[in-house]
Design a protein around this ligand. Structure first.
Ligand SMILES: [Zn+2]
Length: 216
């Protein structure tokens, strides 16, 4: 039994992060929403990552849960996504030494109040027993939203935006965690820094993947 969630549920009854129906504190999403999501079944390759897996296709059905993750209080969303990622890890018999959430630039994180990837990493760490680190990978440069940029601008935008600490990642296998993967350029850039810092194996895991026809 998860005592913390049990007690929290007494004061703030747990809701499905997607449709906001009341659910048990032991549940991630309600069954109706979960059965409605589109599983991401492609086997994409992302440069610098040894493996890339995503839970769901980013569509209108899962969008409310992602919005809650990004713009709300997080609600039950980090826990729900972590539960599903945990299942994905078990199904694929994955193992790693550290979970590294994709970082936000400090000022951006302060503006939002949190980094949603850190929230998921914390939950996932508790479930898997794999430690998570927000120091292994940091964002040292403010970048523009990737959505508005061309492929060349994207590359330039992210170049040298991240720093990986070799003291933490050298020789380690890493779960690189992001909420939504659009073009893959953030994962590619962060994985590049991790590899340069000596990381041995990188598993990129995301909650959702958009299905744009852009090159990863
Ligand atoms: Zn629901």
């Amino acid at each position: 039994m998860n005592i913390k969630r049990f007690i929290a549920d007494l004061f703030y009854p747990t809701r499905c992060p997607c449709c906001h129906e009341f659910i048990s504190y032991t549940q991630d999403f309600c069954e109706k929403c979960k059965n409605n999501f589109t599983l991401y079944k492609k086997h994409d390759k992302i440069e610098n990552c040894d493996l890339f897996l995503s839970l769901y296709v980013y569509d209108e059905k899962i969008k409310p849960a992602v919005m809650l993750l990004k713009d709300g209080t997080g609600g039950n969303s980090p826990y729900a996504f972590a539960c599903m990622l945990y299942r994905l890890i078990k199904e694929n018999e994955l193992s790693a030494d550290i979970i590294c959430p994709v970082p936000m630039f400090k000022a951006d994180e302060e503006k939002r109040g949190y980094n949603q990837c850190n929230l998921i990493a914390k939950e996932l760490s508790a479930m898997t027993g794999i430690e998570w680190s927000k120091k292994a990978l940091i964002k040292i440069k403010e970048t523009k939203s990737q959505k508005e940029l061309s492929a060349t601008e994207r590359k330039q935008n992210l170049s040298d935006a991240f720093y990986a600490d070799s003291e933490i990642v050298k020789g380690k296998s890493i779960i690189l965690l992001d909420d939504v993967c659009t073009t893959g350029s953030t994962l590619k850039s962060t994985a590049e820094k991790l590899k340069m810092a000596g990381a041995e194996y990188i598993i990129a895991l995301t909650c959702c993947k958009t299905e744009e026809k852009q090159k990863l």
